[in-house]
Design a protein around this ligand. Structure first.
Ligand code: GDP
Ligand code: MG
Length: 389
């Protein structure tokens, strides 16, 4: 029988970000390799991470690889994504709920456009702690690396990360993967920095259970399985839950994490829930599983919104009342109509404003909920719900 997941250490969600080819996937593989030699972690090879599962939904393909590992003090779920567009989608939609991030910057190349965009994105979605891996240090000379380090600290400071205090560790994912002792030690130093610098976040374990559905699988003979990160509360086998979307009440008949059954899952855990009697096709990404009677789905709200500047990849022209983009709330994407009110007829790229939104369908909404606004496959705004109407 399967080994049961034992919660012996705090769990954190982390991920690599940074410009394409700076070594995110190599470093992810190297971390599992280095930790596998210390014990509980299973080594995951580069190829297994880079061929991340593709999830196609309504013409949008989302790629994320989830890898797990354990240091002496913590259990981590780590996400790595193949392309820049995957970062934008997964981070802003909340599919990648990061408690902290490892910013991978090639010491040979320095800051590149996606390096800066990921830092901006991290700030927007509320990632409060970043640790820097100055990668490819095996091939870079010290003076050049010093300059890159300065440049990265300045970038972080410019985005409110207090760049002087951020740990910057010189590593070589490639050499560590090859077993070179010096660079293996560099990856260990990076992990120590993550362990000490990224705090265990406050989890809303006491709140009513809520899980935004990331993906759905059907296991023949067992039923429908939904996966995702528990946003708040706890859930255990036998609990009654409401599935918002099909609006069906059901019972949880299995709880697993990374293929291992667990007695109880809690806020922050990445889990799979087996749901009794929910027909195939009734549950989709974007639906929400929650404690019964705790959520009232609605479609109108006011929000504080930042319209991305043209330089950040946003629109070239203003938005006006009647604008109908896609709204990404938790894992859902829904069309919505914007009302800017009588005083501000238009909002230009770079503006921050209050707006009223009417969604095309009801969703569980609450003040403080973050969301992204997208059109034509790109992000044009980021906002927070201020009031549900
Ligand atoms: P990603 O796009 O950020 O995931 O980058 P990859 O991990 O796919 O690496 C891109 C390229 O950089 C590959 O050819 C790697 O072998 C190489 N690379 C990655 N890490 C290092 C490193 O530490 N040193 C050197 N010299 N090359 C590296
Ligand atoms: Mg990669």
């Amino acid at each position: 029988s399967k080994q049961v997941y034992a919660r012996t250490k705090p769990h954190l969600n982390i991920g690599t970000m940074g410009h394409v080819d700076h070594g995110k996937t190599t470093l992810t593989a190297a971390i599992t390799k280095v930790l596998s030699e210390r014990g509980a972690t299973r080594y995951v090879a580069f190829d297994r991470i880079d061929r991340a599962p593709e999830e196609a939904r309504r013409g949008i393909t989302i790629n994320v690889a989830h890898v797990e590992y354990e240091t002496d003090t913590r259990h981590y779920a780590h996400v790595d994504m193949p392309g820049h567009a995957d970062y934008v989608k997964n981070m802003i939609t909340g599919a990648a709920q990061l408690d902290g991030a490892i910013l991978v910057v090639s010491a040979l190349d320095g800051i590149m456009p996606q390096t800066a965009e990921h830092v901006l994105l991290a700030r927007q979605v509320g990632v409060d702690h970043i640790v820097v891996a100055l990668n490819k240090a095996d091939g870079a000379d010290d003076e050049l690396t010093d300059l890159v380090e300065l440049e990265v600290r300045e970038l972080l400071t410019a985005h409110g990360y207090g760049g002087d205090a951020v740990p910057v560790v010189r590593v070589s994912g490639l050499r560590a993967l090859e077993g070179d002792p010096r660079w293996t030690a560099s990856v260990e130093a990076l992990l120590d920095a993550v362990d000490t610098y990224v705090p265990v976040p406050v989890r809303y374990v006491e709140a009513p259970f809520l899980l935004p559905v990331e993906s759905v699988l059907t296991i023949t003979g067992r039923g429908t399985v939904v996966t995702g990160a528990v946003e708040r509360g706890t859930v255990r086998v036998g609990d009654r839950v409401m599935v918002h979307g099909p609006d069906t009440e059901t019972v949880v008949t299995g709880v697993e994490t990374f293929g291992r059954p667990m007695e109880s899952a809690q806020a922050g855990d990445n889990v799979a829930l087996l749901l009794r009697g929910v027909p195939r096709g009734a549950v989709r990404r974007g639906h929400v599983v929650a404690a019964p009677g705790t959520l009232v789905p609605r479609r109108r709200f006011t929000a504080r919104v930042y319209v991305l500047s043209t330089r950040e990849g946003g629109r070239a022209t203003p938005i006006t009342t009647g604008y109908r983009p896609q709204f990404y709330l938790r894992t859902a994407d829904v069309v919505g109509t914007v009302d800017l009110g009588p005083t501000t007829p238009t909002a230009r790229p770079g503006d921050t404003l209050t707006m009223t939104v009417e969604l095309g369908r009801d969703l569980p909404l609450e003040p403080g909920l973050g969301f992204a606004i997208r059109e034509g496959g790109r992000t044009v705004g980021a906002g927070t719900v201020t009031e549900v109407l």
